[in-house]
Design a protein around this ligand. Structure first.
Ligand SMILES: Nc1ncnc2c1ncn2[C@@H]1O[C@H](COP(=O)(O)OP(=O)(O)OP(=O)(O)O)[C@@H](O)[C@H]1O
Ligand SMILES: [Mg+2]
Length: 259
């Protein structure tokens, strides 16, 4: 279980995340929603040790996550995808997935650190990467450069790159943003299956999609938690409707172009 207590992230005078608490159980799909700028990505950055945590406590199965460096986090079971997928153009699709075995990506490619893995991990990893590519219907493009693929394919790859590490906790930052109508159901199936094996904390603006797959939704506004509960109770919460669902922000977010 991932336990987050009283976590605050400040950038100079701006408090992006404020005294935030969340528990993420071992298995299941848990969503994080809120208006643009609410602090959702910053929270995920804090959990993956990319954003500096000013105050608070983050523990995964008793391990003090705040004592880990960002490149160690994946080894302790926390992997993530990015709001804006970035791939290594000089590597193939298959190789880009294998990168997930070696590194915890930072905010972008420039921060990636290659770390040694054993031969056995590498072999198992290759088999898993190949099966991931088949599941995501990306097998035919495995030897291409991601730069030559549509953006939606790159988003799928980014999720696959996080999952290959077989994390305990998978953090997904708007995995569906930029996907086509054809790609979306494929990723829904895939995430739903993954959510039976590990914990998924997912930022997502498509509320109807969350109603389908998330067992709990946490709502954030101005860095703070304003509601948490089953999707039906969140939809009916007047405060959530006032600051998020009812404002038209959600529909704007859904039509937002991410690439
Ligand atoms: N590295 C940073 N330095 C300074 N300010 C930052 C940094 N990262 C985020 N912020 C600020 O923190 C606030 C929260 O941003 P964040 O990206 O976490 O929001 P979000 O909820 O993910 O929004 P969106 O839905 O648009 O992705 C914003 O005001 C943002 O400008
Ligand atoms: Mg964000």
């Amino acid at each position: 279980m991932l336990v987050v207590r009283d976590v605050t992230v400040r950038f100079g005078g701006l408090t992006a995340v404020s005294r935030f608490d969340i528990d993420v159980p071992d298995v299941g799909i848990f969503a994080l929603v809120g208006p643009n700028g609410a602090g959702k990505t910053t929270l995920i950055n804090a959990l993956s040790r990319v954003a500096p945590v000013t105050e608070g406590r983050i523990e995964l199965d008793g391990i003090d996550v705040l004592r880990l460096r960002s490149h160690q986090v994946v080894r302790y079971g926390i992997a993530r995808s990015f709001q804006k997928a970035e791939m290594f153009a000089s590597l193939t699709v298959l190789e880009n997935i294998l990168v997930g075995l070696h590194v915890q990506m930072r905010t972008g490619l420039e921060g990636a650190l290659f770390l040694p893995t054993t031969q056995r991990q590498e072999t198992n990893g290759r088999e898993r990467a190949e099966s991931l590519l088949r599941e995501l219907d990306l097998w035919d493009v495995r030897d291409m450069s991601p730069a030559d693929l549509p953006y939606g394919h790159q988003k799928l790859l980014d999720v696959a790159r996080a999952l290959i590490a077989e994390p305990k906790v998978l953090l997904l930052d708007e995995p569906f943003a930029g996907l086509t109508d054809a790609e979306t159901p494929r990723l829904v199936t895939y995430i739903a299956a993954a959510g039976k094996r590990c914990a998924i904390l997912m930022i997502e603006h498509h509320f109807e999609l969350l109603e389908e797959i998330a067992e709990r939704i946490t709502v954030m506004n101005f860095g703070q938690k304003i509601a948490e509960g089953a999707p039906a109770s969140i939809r009916a919460d007047p405060e959530v409707v006032r600051c998020y669902l009812g404002t038209g922000r959600q529909s704007r977010a859904e039509t937002r172009v991410e690439a």
